[in-house]
Design a protein around this ligand. Structure first.
Ligand SMILES: [Fe+2]
Ligand SMILES: [Fe+2]
Length: 284
């Protein structure tokens, strides 16, 4: 039986988290770091600072005045958001040149960005904290990152999975369970764990296809699962399969929401994904 850990450990060319991103992650996790400390680290990498400032100044955030320094960005957006922007810039770059992706790469990232935005909106809508809202964005953005790893590094098995998905119109996840000892959820979680991402985000990635069977962080897990389902039904991008799963029994009760709220989240997503053009631009 092959474990996700063995797969990740055996892939020698797998992108490693660059020092600058690892350092920002470390600073965000430490209680004593200041906005100036984060500025010192990010500013040393010109390409990264440019990307972060481009994202901060995009219509997605809609600040009235131009933000010209990383320190200012950290003060306005908070540590967590700047860490998430840094990580997003790296993940897009690291996996953007994947030649072996068996499905449309741009559509895949639009699915991911839309899931991040939707998850963040739902977290806000159900009254979770700013930190949880930001974690929801990150977990939504990265929920399917394991699929990119699989296409790139275990392409023969992944081709078979995609053939089954196409032949039977099943979920990618269902075909994986038929053919492998692991899924894109566990591969993605293992990669992010190796990159030292907060365990709260890692566990959301790991459990995004079975939110009702988790004990810890259930609400957040339900949010990631629901955002994946909603962006599928809105046809915002494509995560590698066409099927729209039904919302698991009990999920709406867990979040204390109804169908009126769902419609509101869907409208907001359509509107905001259009505004997120800066993220989408980075993919092309
Ligand atoms: Fe998934
Ligand atoms: Fe997905």
């Amino acid at each position: 039986m092959t474990t996700p850990q063995e797969i990740i450990e055996n892939i020698s060319e797998l992108p490693t988290l660059p020092d600058v991103v690892a350092k920002v992650n470390q600073l965000v996790n430490s209680a004593s770091a200041s906005a100036g400390d984060i500025n010192d680290v990010i500013s040393r990498d010109i390409a990264l600072s440019t990307k972060v400032l481009k994202m901060v100044n995009s219509s997605f955030y809609g600040f009235p005045r131009r933000i010209t320094s990383i320190t200012h960005a950290v003060v306005i957006l908070g540590f967590n958001t700047v860490r998430n922007l840094t990580l997003s810039a790296f993940v897009f770059k690291a996996f953007n040149d994947s030649k072996r992706l068996e499905f449309d790469q741009k559509q895949f990232w639009i699915h991911s960005i839309a899931a991040g935005i939707t998850a963040s909106n739902i977290a806000h809508g159900v009254g979770l904290s700013q930190k949880e809202k930001e974690d929801a964005f990150m977990a939504g953005l990265l929920h399917d990152v394991g699929k990119v790893v699989m296409c790139e590094y275990i392409s023969d098995s992944t081709k078979k999975i995609i053939e089954e998905v196409k032949a039977t119109d099943c979920l990618f996840y269902e075909a994986e369970k038929n053919q492998l000892d692991f899924t894109h959820a566990s591969i993605g979680a293992t990669l992010l764990e190796k990159w030292n991402l907060p365990i709260s985000i890692v566990s959301l990635i790991n459990n995004h296809h079975h939110p009702m069977s988790v004990e810890e962080n259930k609400k957040m897990c339900c949010i990631i699962s629901l955002s994946d389902i909603l962006v599928r039904s809105l046809c915002l991008g494509n995560g590698g399969d066409e099927k729209i799963p039904v919302i698991p029994d009990g999920l709406l009760d867990e979040l204390a929401i109804g169908w009126g709220d769902i419609n509101g989240f869907m409208d907001a997503s359509l509107h905001e994904v259009k505004k997120a053009s800066v993220f989408i631009e980075m993919l092309t």
